[in-house]
Design a protein around this ligand. Structure first.
Ligand code: GLC
Length: 747
């Protein structure tokens, strides 16, 4: 009897729990719905009062000075309610000055929106996005975006033009530095993490900003790797390779999108209703605010699709964009377009609605001003600096380490730091360095001195500048290396050789840098190469001859301290390449998840897909990276050998640190759909897990594969999951033979 009563009571308690929870959810949803509808009501009432000029003003974004100062004309425009947003205006004091005019002196007191390119940090600089992506550490990537948002919001910035989520397979394209590399799955995971880091789940908070998924779409496929160039591809490829990171951003709640400069199969993105109406609004149900890229409306005339300025404005607004960045055609011609019935008031109202909704969601009507005291407390504080150092260490990829050249023993007495980049603060921060200040950055030279203190003599010789056209400094650098026990040789690119408008046809070491490396090598003294670069480089000679190579990208404010941590073993490199390093430009595009072709490579068969003058394999593959310790992955087990089209498969392996020091490994799961209605890639990354282990520690890890993630777009552009047998490889690089098994998706 007692047991029955107990059961009855516990059943009632469980029901009460679920009732309460669902009540809480219902209340939250009601509250959310109420809040949304109250915002909509406020928008309606504002719209009803706005003149056409004021509406068009909300669709205008102008740029402030590079210093963050607003321009004199902004004051008058703000006073008349004719400037909805700016980019670059930043700093609590400066942004408040302009905001006060808009909020306190304009007729309708609509606050302004301040945007800025906070790409990999605001004042505390983190590794460039391609470098940070090499960590495969989603939690760390989210945290660095959160820190960037905290600093930016304290400085009066509400909106960052990040993350850049363009998939890129062509390292000639300089903007490959700004994204997450070549892989759609990794890029989608990172896009989600970055948006969540910037926005959280409510970007009205004082430590959040609105994010911007850019550049929609396929900008990374610029023909010949030449920036701003055209792209041409099937809708299927768009949907399968280039769209998913943007969809991941939508799933993370991204508040805005930015158009891309390129045209897609002849249609410029900035006037492309397929992107903005069919995909973003109808299919993805996103109400993200859409801003053009810089003067992209004006560029519709150069693309040859707009007859004149008014035509360009009409095409852009009718395609579904909301804000025009920097060019002023919408403002200048909007009224005339409405009068000539080439543009409906409804279209303008929809765009204005998006802008006003964003300002309400950011809380700008309630809290339009930044707090200078908070700004002083947030910018480059010790906690942020410390995390920047950790983030930098995690971004480094150990490409080679023969005879345990690294880590360097701290007992060393004479150490040479050679190479211009090792002593240059500007290059440490990387490109798109936000409000980062050169004087805050720690160089490699300083980092090594900080590490060794007075225990060793640390000397520096630049050898040459980054362009390295003048070898007159080589002798001094070689002499220093000859008189030292070890040389840290830093080579690579200047930050101006990657990022926007920085495509290269030759992606080797610039100028005579390779000659400098060979001269240092010829001394016979021990050395390690530290690479600083914004793209893969064809460093074939180094890969063949240098004893150790550490890829450090551009690692941010704490670059020098982090590089010293890793070089001297206080950190153990764990990065994995998010992008393939080709042997030569002739191999481009080269990426790991290629299709098999009808004549896949056979070494002994001339008549298969190959080159006469190069292997097909890359210099370093996607997912590759070494460690100072060793790991063993074993005991692959699948939860089942068959799954339904809506099922999932659990993949478990044991990971053991078989070396003498703690470290982290990234276990990667690649699948292959052997036979389908379309040819499928030889392998595709579909799950990964970063695992940190002490020396000797062994751990079982479990990864989940969902059948729904193993589909593709068919020739009718529908996403399908097809039954059939799949191969599965679990390893620590895309070229790792790893542990293999198969499973089947059943009808
Ligand atoms: C630039 C870039 C874009 C950036 C914008 C504002 O041209 O293409 O990524 O956000 O202009 O600076």
């Amino acid at each position: 009897m007692r047991l029955a009563v107990k059961r009855h009571i516990s059943f009632i308690l469980v029901c009460l729990f679920f009732f309460n929870t669902s009540l809480l959810f219902a209340q939250r949803n009601v509250r959310f719905a109420a809040q949304t509808s109250s915002i909509e009501r406020k928008i309606d009432s504002l719209l009803a009062k706005m003149t056409l000029a004021e509406k068009l003003g909300q669709l205008q974004q102008l740029d402030g000075e590079a210093s963050g100062k607003y321009r004199p004309e902004h004051l008058e425009l703000a006073r008349n309610g004719l400037l909805g947003s700016t980019l670059n205006v930043r700093g609590a004091e400066q942004s408040n000055e302009l905001q006060k005019i808009a909020v306190e002196q304009s007729r309708l007191k609509i606050p302004m929106l301040f945007a800025f390119d906070v790409i990999h940090g605001y004042r505390t600089m983190f590794p460039i996005p391609l470098g940070e992506s090499a960590s495969w550490d989603l939690a760390s990537i989210e945290k660095s975006a959160h820190i960037a948002a905290t600093e930016a919001r304290s400085a009066g910035v509400h909106w960052t033009f990040a993350p850049m989520v363009d998939i890129a397979r062509d390292p000639r394209w300089g903007r490959i530095a700004e994204g997450a590399g070549e892989d759609t799955f990794l890029g989608s995971q990172i896009a989600f993490a970055r948006v969540r880091g910037f926005q959280g789940t409510d970007f009205s908070q004082s430590d959040r900003v609105m994010a911007c998924a850019k550049h929609f779409a396929a900008y990374g496929a610029a023909e010949a790797g030449r920036d701003y160039n055209t792209t041409d591809m099937s809708e299927r490829t768009l949907r399968e390779i280039y769209f998913p990171p943007f969809k991941a951003a939508v799933d993370a709640g991204v508040g805005s999108f930015m158009t891309s400069f390129n045209s897609i199969s002849g249609v410029p993105s900035t006037a492309n209703p397929f992107l903005w109406k069919q995909i973003l609004r109808d299919e993805w149900k996103s109400d993200a605010l859409v801003v053009t890229d810089y003067t992209a409306v004006m560029e519709l005339m150069k693309h040859g699709v707009a007859l004149d300025e008014a035509d360009a404005a009409r095409l852009a607004l009718n395609a579904g964009i909301d804000i025009e960045m920097v060019s002023r055609f919408v403002n200048k011609h909007g009224e005339q377009l409405v009068q000539n019935k080439k543009l409906s008031m409804a279209t303008i109202d929809n765009a204005v609605r998006e802008v006003l909704r964003t300002k309400f969601k950011l809380g700008l009507f309630e809290k339009p001003y930044a707090d200078a005291n908070r700004e002083r407390a947030m910018l480059l504080n010790a906690e942020h600096r410390k995390f920047a150092r950790q983030s930098a260490n995690e971004s480094f990829v150990l490409l080679k380490n023969e005879r345990e050249t690294l880590p360097i023993k701290k007992s060393i007495k004479e150490i040479a730091v050679v190479g211009f980049l090792a002593g240059d603060q500007r290059n440490m921060n990387g490109n798109w360095a936000g409000d980062g200040r050169e004087q805050d950055a720690v160089t490699v030279f300083e980092g090594v001195k900080n590490k060794l203190g007075n225990s060793a003599k640390v000397k520096f010789a630049s050898g040459c500048d980054a362009k390295c056209e003048d070898a007159s400094g080589f002798d001094e650098a070689v002499k220093l290396a000859q008189n030292s026990d070890f040389t840290i040789l830093t080579v690579g690119e200047d930050i101006d050789m990657s990022a926007e408008a920085s495509s290269r046809t030759d992606i080797g070491l610039p100028g005579k840098q390779l000659e400098l490396v060979k001269r240092i090598h010829q001394t016979g003294k021990s050395y390690a190469v530290v690479l600083m670069n914004g793209r893969p480089l064809t460093i074939n000679w180094l890969a063949e001859n240098s004893p150790a190579i550490l890829e450090t990208w551009f690692a941010g404010t704490e670059a020098g301290n982090a590089i010293a941590d890793t070089l001297f073993g206080d950190a153990n490199p764990s990065g994995k390449l998010p992008i393939t390093f080709p042997r030569s430009v002739g191999q481009i595009p080269i990426y790991y998840n290629a299709l098999p072709t009808g004549r896949p490579f056979e070494a002994e068969n001339k008549y298969t897909s190959k080159y006469l003058d190069s292997p097909n394999t890359p210099l370093y593959p996607f997912g590759y990276g070494l460690s100072y310790t060793t790991f063993k992955v074993s005991n692959l087990q699948l939860s089942q050998s068959k799954i339904s089209k809506t099922g999932e498969l659990k993949v478990s392996v044991d990971v053991e640190n078989t070396g003498k020091r703690a470290g982290a490994e990234v276990v990667q799961v690649y699948v292959r759909d052997f036979v389908a209605s379309l040819s499928r890639p030889v392998k595709e990354l579909k799950a990964f897990q970063r695992v940190s282990l002490k020396a000797g520690e062994k751990r079982k890890i479990e990864l989940v594969l969902k059948a729904k993630d193993l589909g593709f777009y068919n020739t009718a552009n529908q996403y399908v999951v097809e039954a059939g047998e799949f191969g599965l490889t679990v390893g620590t690089s895309s070229n790792d033979d790893g542990l293999k098994d198969t499973f089947t998706i059943v009808k």
